[in-house]
Design a protein around this ligand. Structure first.
Ligand SMILES: [Fe+2]
Length: 292
């Protein structure tokens, strides 16, 4: 078939329109407007604590125009409609990119997060951006942390290398694995998995919150479920493959429910973005895990 000049320009126009539409979708609609509920039903080996619903919100990365206070209110209202037993925030409240038209302070965002209600409570951990964004904490190398202080003031306990018993299970929170930026030593974690698990004083199953999933290969079998965020599913994900994943394991822990050696990990795709405000194929999500 001979390609006519008119046909060529018509094709070019269609290709340009498709590329523009994809850009608008990836830079505006998917990151800024979409929200889905991603559900996982999991029965881990050794889970003895009955039915338990977790509503998980990760990587909020506050900042207008993508994640402003009004959108945060809508996300929390959606969380409350899920009637979860536990609401868990998995870190990275701080803006993760520079394309912010108006910063949102954690002091303003945290009271909204504090409205999220789980039957057994709402708990949080910190992520790398919550440490990187707090200059004083970077200097001192530890707490107090601006984000933790705001969350605690809003009634949300922040679990930093500790575990607490709730009913028939333990809820553990690992401190961030990429917390401190050091010129001479690179990136240093404040995570301490052995110290976290030392709080566990019986055989009841454990749910572990760890912002980065890279800890997963070291997590022992008593941890029935590890919950992570950080990767945003790669932010761009096509047919289950992401070209860039911030993990030393590449795509192994990029997204979703992963089972290895009878141990379970769920990686939330999160809400916001880092580096660039782009999402394609991994819309912002509230992650729901139904344990039984
Ligand atoms: Fe992160």
């Amino acid at each position: 078939m001979k390609l006519t000049r008119r046909g060529f320009f018509k094709g070019l126009l269609l290709a340009t329109a498709a590329a523009l539409t994809s850009c608008v979708y990836a830079f505006a609609i998917e990151p800024g407007l979409r929200l889905r509920i991603q559900r996982w039903a999991i029965s881990p080996k050794g889970w003895t604590a009955g039915k338990l619903r977790l509503a998980i919100v990760s990587d909020i990365h506050v900042g207008e125009p993508y994640v402003g206070l009004a959108r945060l209110e809508r996300i929390v209202a959606q969380v409350n409609r899920l009637e979860a037993d536990l609401v868990l925030f998995l870190g990275d409240y701080a803006a993760g990119h520079k394309f912010v038209s108006k910063p949102v302070k954690i002091a303003d965002a945290a009271p909204i997060l504090g409205k999220a209600k789980g039957r057994l409570g709402t708990y949080a951990i910190l992520g790398n951006h919550d440490w990187w964004d707090d200059r004083t904490a970077q200097k001192t190398g530890g707490y107090p942390n601006l984000y933790a202080t705001a969350l605690e003031a809003a009634g949300i306990p922040v679990l930093s290398n500790r575990a607490i018993k709730i009913g028939g299970f333990w809820l553990a929170g690992l401190e961030d694995q990429l917390a401190l930026l050091r010129k001479e030593k690179g990136i240093i974690g404040l995570d301490d998995l052995p110290a976290t698990l030392e709080h566990v004083t019986d055989d009841a199953p454990i749910i572990l919150m760890a912002h980065e999933p890279d800890i997963f290969p070291k997590v022992p079998h008593q941890v029935a479920l590890t919950l992570s965020g950080h990767t945003h599913g790669g932010q761009v994900r096509l047919f289950g493959w992401s070209p860039i994943v911030p993990s030393r394991f590449g795509g192994r822990f990029a997204y979703g429910h992963i089972v290895e050696d009878d141990r379970n990990l769920v990686v939330s795709g999160g809400i916001g973005c880092s580096i660039l405000p782009v999402r394609f194929g991994v819309p912002p999500e509230i992650t729901v895990v139904d344990l039984s």
